[in-house]
Design a protein around this ligand. Structure first.
Ligand code: 13P
Length: 252
């Protein structure tokens, strides 16, 4: 079973709409490599302009969050339908920064995964342990709990479509990435957890990325690992030349 590699740039709170369009001008034609899916996860405010800018390219758009309700009195929130209408196809759910700073819980992550599917969006579900959890030998417990919670109530068909990003929190923005071997081991474990719940076929289809201080030069190391299907990249996804190299590095 071959899974299509997926490189996603998580811009976090970077780039105005104008800066986002300039980025696309810089990567057009170059960050479009056959056999690699390339997704830009931009701030909400840049998405309409980006949707225009990526027309006629193979670049896909992702959001970084959505609300779990379809509509309602939720001041400041964005629904799946609002994203779908813009041509967004992916949405990051449960990033550790949202768990840490915005009170995202396993329960709200699960509700958001369901909301994404209701609106035809593919969730990129982030899981990963804190440094103290790793040091206490709890990595597997943590990623099992987060994965089981996020996937709760999905059909096997939906489960197979989810993209998971394993992002150890201690590796995010620190310059201290996991080794490719360690990441492969944890990602294989996550796939096993999915297999227990949804069967081997579904688990074999799920794409699981590594994230945390990924650089263009390290992408090939991660991609050589059998369980790793791509990368979710923060800092190194912001510069067009760097982003092009990230995508090139995932070429099968
Ligand atoms: P960095 O690549 O900047 O470490 O960020 C990783 C991340 O959080 C992607 O979602």
């Amino acid at each position: 079973m071959s899974r299509i590699p997926i490189i996603a740039g998580n811009w976090k709170m970077h780039k105005t709409a104008g800066e986002a369009v300039a980025f696309v001008r810089g990567v057009k034609g170059k960050a479009e490599i056959e056999g690699v899916e390339s997704v830009i996860c931009a701030p909400f405010t840049a998405l309409p302009a980006l949707a225009e800018a990526v027309k006629g390219t193979t670049l896909k758009l992702g959001a970084q969050n959505l609300h779990f309700a379809d509509q309602g009195a939720y001041t400041g929130e964005i629904s799946g339908a609002m994203l779908k209408e813009l041509g967004v196809t992916y949405v990051i759910v449960g990033h550790s920064e949202r768990r840490q700073y915005f009170a995202e819980t396993d329960e709200t992550v699960n509700k958001k995964v369901h909301a994404a599917f209701r609106h035809g969006l593919t969730p990129i579900v982030c899981v990963g342990e804190l440094l103290e959890e790793r040091e206490a030998g709890k990595t597997r417990d943590v990623v099992r709990r987060q994965t089981e919670a996020a996937f709760d109530g999905l059909s096997a068909e939906q489960a197979a479509q989810v993209v998971v990003a394993y992002e150890p929190v201690w590796a995010i923005g620190t310059g201290r990435a996991s080794t490719a071997e360690d990441a492969n081991e944890v990602i294989g474990f996550i796939r096993g957890v999915i297999a227990e719940r949804f069967g081997a076929d579904a688990a074999a289809k799920v794409r699981i990325q590594y994230g945390g201080s990924v650089k263009p030069e390290t992408v090939p190391d991660f991609m050589r690992q059998p369980e790793i299907d791509g990368a979710l990249v923060g800092g190194a996804s912001l510069d067009p030349a760097s982003y092009i190299r990230l995508v090139e590095g995932a070429k099968p």
